[in-house]
Ligand binder design. Structure first.
Ligand code: GCV
Length: 651
């Protein structure tokens, strides 16, 4: 193992006033060793003492702090970190390091308690070493076998813990090949070695399991969740897992989706399927996380009735309250699939009696694939802050704990963006999305700007002016990506399969249920109840009314909900066609600005970072230009309407 990019933990605190530490705890936990190790890494000048320590960590009884929260006080020149548990002390120590490195030292005393109980990362890593939707090299866990690079796993665990992540699933939800057998005793010893490393950083390990494992692993003739032999199979599997890994978190399941089998195969409900696995996990306090990403991916493109956006709500709403206590439903942030712009999933707020986790995607499948810059925190925040219109107009961040019967079994998960590339994320700047996701999960009220500022200060050595310039780039990057790719939330005009680059009709005459319906008169999917698929009615009354009416539907979501003529005038005052032209020209100009700014930062960046950004921005510009030319030409041909500004549109 070589020490790879230390990302935002690259700067140790070298301060002659911080020379000693003391840990007061009665806990016996591997996390105490972790604390010592982190103290030595983050504060290299420090040694242990028994009194008057510069950093004094103590376990206290203070229910306000909960299981993971911490308080940092500064008394004279000494810091006192208090928490109820060792993991709180670790978060406090990493929090202190961050405060000192970012220079936010006027913030003491700090009391910090996580907004969400579960803060999870999902890996889509395959056992053969590939990563589904991975853009940063192969899997850090597998390479056809267990990679056994435990130093690397430890580096990863500390990065995750430093931003407050407390759960991780290590293998792809499409569980295939040898990964199906990860639940077998002979594979579990290796899983345990990984689990131990995560446990020492307060992170629970989960496995994705194949719903049909009873057949594929157990050799049974069925995976029917109501079949006694299937139940027995899972009971046995779970007993074995916990005998090897007592701190095991539980399972994550994708069923009846995109080719995976599930309860529908046996005419059972998703509650039947999830509860069967939950029963097996229950005696060990294990958790069953069940994904709501279920839809028919074999649709006829000419079938205008079926609407993929409606599927999750249709399937899961009627099951609300029917899941066992240790089941959590995991709901993608939008009703379709991680597009750059989608409305919030209508399940969020509609489910009241079921534990729930919101799912984001950090890996940039549809948002630039870690070539194009796209800071995702602004999008994540829009979702968390979305006021659902249900009960006191609670926002998504509030309903997650409030509408889950067990607050402890609610939270947020996101698909990882890391791989074997030296800088973990392919693009150095994409590290910000992992960092930002974690920080935001811990504190849902942090602003995108605060998070970006902290990350820049922890990662780079920039002057104030350069810091501002870099922050401006990242803060505008989501809008820029949206500008040159997808107008007004129409979605899926990308190349089929790979989801990078423009292919306007790539999905239009296909089975995936993602259509823009552009013709000579207009564009967009009518999802109204009056004349379309009726998806609007899945929202609370407040949002139903807003989305149903073309005049009140927000511009940025217009084409998700309505089919309108190209001459339709947006609330912004522009026509749809002019908006398309303007945003695409603007997007390209923004990328050119980014390139110029990046060049100005050259002398303050290390050569590797500079070259990495330069190469990515160059590719981003090519991509943006391709999108612009293709989209503008396509819609000019369809509409026959010229650009008001008379700019060049190729025909
Ligand atoms: C893991 C999208 C992706 C798939 C992914 C799926 C999911 O459809 O393209 O690669 O599969 O989402 O979330 O299960």
């Amino acid at each position: 193992m070589d020490i790879r990019d230390l990302c935002w933990l690259v700067k140790p605190v070298i301060d002659s006033a911080i020379k000693t530490y003391q840990i007061d705890t009665d806990s016996v936990s591997p996390m105490i060793d972790t604390l010592k190790r982190e103290l030595e890494e983050l504060f290299p000048m420090i040694t242990e003492t028994s009194e008057n320590a510069s950093i004094h960590m103590q376990e206290v009884n203070d229910s306000e702090l909960g299981e993971e929260g911490y308080r940092i006080e500064k008394v004279d020149c000494r810091y006192r970190i208090s928490a109820q548990r060792p993991c709180g002390l670790l978060y406090g120590l990493l929090g202190l390091h961050r405060i000192l490195v970012t220079g936010r030292t006027d913030s003491f005393p700090v009391t910090s308690i996580p907004s969400q109980a579960i803060r999870m990362i999902n890996h889509w890593d395959n056992f053969d070493g590939s990563v589904e939707r991975g853009y940063a090299g192969g899997s850090i866990f597998f390479d056809g076998k267990f990679r056994e690079d435990y130093g690397l796993v430890r580096q990863y665990a500390r990065l995750l813990a430093s931003v407050g992540i407390n759960a991780v699933s290590i293998n792809n939800v499409n569980v295939k090949g040898k990964a199906v057998f990860l639940i077998n005793k002979r594979m579990l010893a290796d899983v345990k070695r990984i689990a131990d490393i995560f446990t020492a950083y307060g992170i629970k390990l989960f496995l994705s399991v194949n719903f049909a494992a009873a057949m594929k692993v157990g050799g049974l003739h069925t995976a029917d969740p109501l079949d006694a032999s299937v139940q027995k199979f899972w009971t046995h599997i779970v007993e074995v897992i916990y005998s090897v890994i007592p701190e095991f978190g539980g399972f994550l399941v994708k069923a009846d989706s995109e080719g995976e089998s599930g309860p529908f195969t046996y005419n059972r409900t998703h509650a039947d399927g999830a509860n069967m696995l939950a029963c097996a996990l229950e005696p060990f306090h294990g958790i069953l996380i069940w994904r709501c990403f279920v839809y028919n991916c074999n649709q006829n493109w000419w079938d205008r009735e079926t609407d993929r956006a409606k599927a999750a709500y249709d399937i899961f709403c009627e099951l609300d309250g029917k899941f066992k206590d240790n089941v959590i439903l995991q709901i993608k942030n939008g009703p379709i699939d991680f597009q750059i712009r989608e409305p919030v999933s209508p399940l969020l707020g509609a489910l009241r009696r079921t534990n729930q986790i919101l799912e984001f995607q950090i890996t940039q499948e549809y948002t630039g694939q870690q070539v194009d810059l796209c800071y995702l925190v602004p999008m994540f925040k829009e979702v968390l802050d979305f006021k659902t219109g249900y009960e006191k107009d609670l926002s998504v961040k509030e309903i997650l704990p409030a509408f889950s019967p067990s607050k402890k079994l609610s939270g947020i998960a996101a698909v990882s963006n890391v791989g074997m590339d030296d800088n973990w994320t392919g693009s150095k700047l994409a590290q910000l999305n992992l960092y930002g996701y974690g920080r935001l999960c811990w504190d849902n009220d942090l602003s995108s700007e605060e998070i970006a500022t902290d990350w820049i200060r922890q990662t780079f050595y920039l002057s104030k002016e350069s810091e501002k310039q870099l922050r401006n780039i990242v803060l505008t990057s989501r809008d820029t990506y949206e500008d040159y790719t997808v107008p007004l939330s129409v979605g899926f005009m990308c190349r089929p399969g790979i989801h990078y680059g423009v292919d306007i009709d790539g999905y239009e005459y296909d089975r995936w249920g993602t259509y823009h319906y552009a013709d000579r008169d207009g564009i967009g999917r009518d999802r109204t109840i009056t004349s379309g698929t009726g998806f609007t009615r899945q929202y609370s009354d407040k949002w139903y009314k807003i989305y149903e009416n073309v005049n009140t539907c927000p511009d940025e979501l217009l084409l998700f909900f309505h089919h309108v003529p190209y001459t339709y005038r947006l609330q912004s005052g522009e026509t749809v066609i002019q908006h398309i032209y303007n945003t695409h020209f603007r997007g390209v100009e923004k990328v050119k600005e980014y390139i110029a700014v990046w060049d100005e930062l050259k002398d303050e960046l290390d050569e590797e970072t500079y070259q990495n950004g330069k190469e990515r921005f160059k590719r981003q510009l090519e991509n943006a230009m391709n999108w612009k030319e293709a989209i503008n030409t396509y819609f000019y041909r369809k509409s026959g309407i010229s650009d008001e500004a008379g700019r060049m549109i190729h025909c």
